[in-house]
Design a protein around this ligand. Structure first.
Ligand code: FES
Length: 436
């Protein structure tokens, strides 16, 4: 790499080396040390509800298939034929009884076991099909979200999420029945490094009032806030794992309406619908408004616009975004449809707010073509030293949504993985001990 692995991020000074977004050798190392050792988001349970339902997706650059089994479990395996490596599934999703490779015809059942080989009797001396099934990932789920990892020694998903779980619950467990994925998966490409997107959703409420001012003014000029720093908000940095989130707790209810693009929702009060479906469940904490969150490394949710997405890396300078609507199952059909439209209009491939973010990330990536630009440190000092408050409702948060504490947690964990030569840091035992 163009920079020493120990100089990629410095927590003490709050500085980031821009090489981490542009260096091809660092990217190759990320595939091995970050993506192959972490739990990666695969699908929402409602994407594949019935036996045989499958979704072809990716774990970083590796194509995988997630399939609902007859016993209700989910298997995730490499979408790669064991004969010569062709994809064994070339469609995006559906329902299947088996997957047949289109090269020479090897067929795999929905568990990924090799079950049929053309000319097996005539042409193979002794083929032990049991040995040649698709490569299996380890699978686990949390409140409707299915994850997988290649790291068989990793902690359980629950331990991996750690204290970030209670903040995920603000989104996943706010009404009876949990959440549901709606509206298909929207996919598009952004020519920027995956960490710009993942870090922003992890930590950055700061950019909103500048980057998104145009759609705010267009949608709802009468309700614009005077000074966004008046909002009461929180930011949370997971004690380990690199996860982070932030949200407003009051003073930002207007954001729901702005997100609706004003006139499109006449006669429909989405804020009331949200309040109804998000009602604080028997004594649980109240809802945070406009909550952004990243589960390390590359799964993010923005609850303010009901969108969840994976930032699939495609080299150091490109991501494939896969986004879907995430709504409360308890909402009515009409409310779900309204929320689907809201997501499309705001944070989706053609969403008015989405473009603001992509424009920033793409421009930064272009700047990093410069030899000197790649050697000029970035500042990530915002909110450094801010104490965690004593709020029993939102434990372990700092009392300011405008901070970069969660970003520092994200990069500190990333750097630990990048410098971990033998993978011992990612194993269950050491992970549990590691405070970051
Ligand atoms: Fe799949 Fe040959 S590559 S059967």
């Amino acid at each position: 790499p163009s920079v020493s692995l120990t100089d990629l991020f410095d927590e003490k000074s709050g500085t980031i080396s821009p090489a981490i977004y542009a260096d091809p050798q660092l990217y190759e190392l990320e595939l091995e040390r970050v993506f192959s050792r972490s739990w990666l988001f695969i699908a929402h349970e409602t994407h594949i509800p019935k036996a045989g339902d499958y979704l072809a997706t990716y774990m970083a650059e590796d194509p995988v298939i997630a399939v609902r089994q007859k016993d209700g479990g989910v298997k995730v395996f490499l979408n790669q034929c064991r004969h010569r490596g062709m994809k064994i599934c070339r469609t995006d999703g559906g329902n299947a009884k088996a997957f047949t490779c289109t090269y020479h015809g090897w067929a795999y059942d929905i568990g990924g076991n090799l079950v049929q080989v053309p000319l097996e009797q005539q042409s193979f001396a002794c083929l032990d099909k049991k040995q040649w099934g698709a490569r299996q990932a380890r699978v686990d789920s949390y409140k409707g979200l299915i994850f997988a990892t290649w790291n068989m020694d990793a902690p359980t998903l629950s331990d991996y999420l750690g204290d970030a779980k209670s903040y995920l619950d603000l989104i996943l467990d706010r009404s009876e029945g949990g959440t549901e994925a709606i509206g298909g998966i929207v996919k598009w490409v952004i020519p920027c490094n995956w960490k710009f997107a993942a870090e922003q959703f992890c930590s950055d409420m700061y950019h909103g009032a500048t980057s998104h001012m145009s759609p705010m003014m267009a949608a709802s000029p009468d309700t614009l806030p005077g000074d966004p720093t008046d909002f009461s908000g929180r930011q949370f940095r997971a004690s380990r794992g690199g996860h982070g989130t932030g949200f407003f707790v009051e003073g930002a209810e207007w954001l729901w309406r702005v997100g609706q693009a004003g006139e499109h929702v006449s006669g429909f009060d989405i804020a009331a619908a949200e309040q109804r479906t998000n009602l604080h469940r028997s004594g649980k904490r109240p809802v945070g408004f406009s909550q952004h969150m990243t589960v390390f490394p590359n799964f993010s949710i923005f609850a303010g616009a009901n969108t969840a997405r994976v930032w699939h890396p495609r080299g150091p300078g490109e991501i494939e975004v896969w986004a879907f609507g995430l709504v409360d199952k308890a909402a009515s059909d009409a409310e779900k449809e309204q929320m689907r439209l809201m997501t499309l209009r705001t944070f989706s491939a053609a969403g008015t707010w989405e473009q603001d973010d992509g424009e920033n990330w793409v421009e930064v990536q272009r700047v990093l073509r410069g030899h000197e630009a790649r050697r000029t440190l970035f500042n990530a000092q915002m909110g450094a030293g801010a104490p965690r408050g004593e709020d029993p409702t939102f434990p372990e948060t700092i009392t300011n949504a405008f901070a970069e504490e969660a970003a520092r947690g994200f990069y500190a964990h990333w750097q630990k993985l990048m410098t971990d030569v033998d993978g011992s840091f990612s194993k269950a035992g050491s992970y549990a001990d590691a405070a970051e």
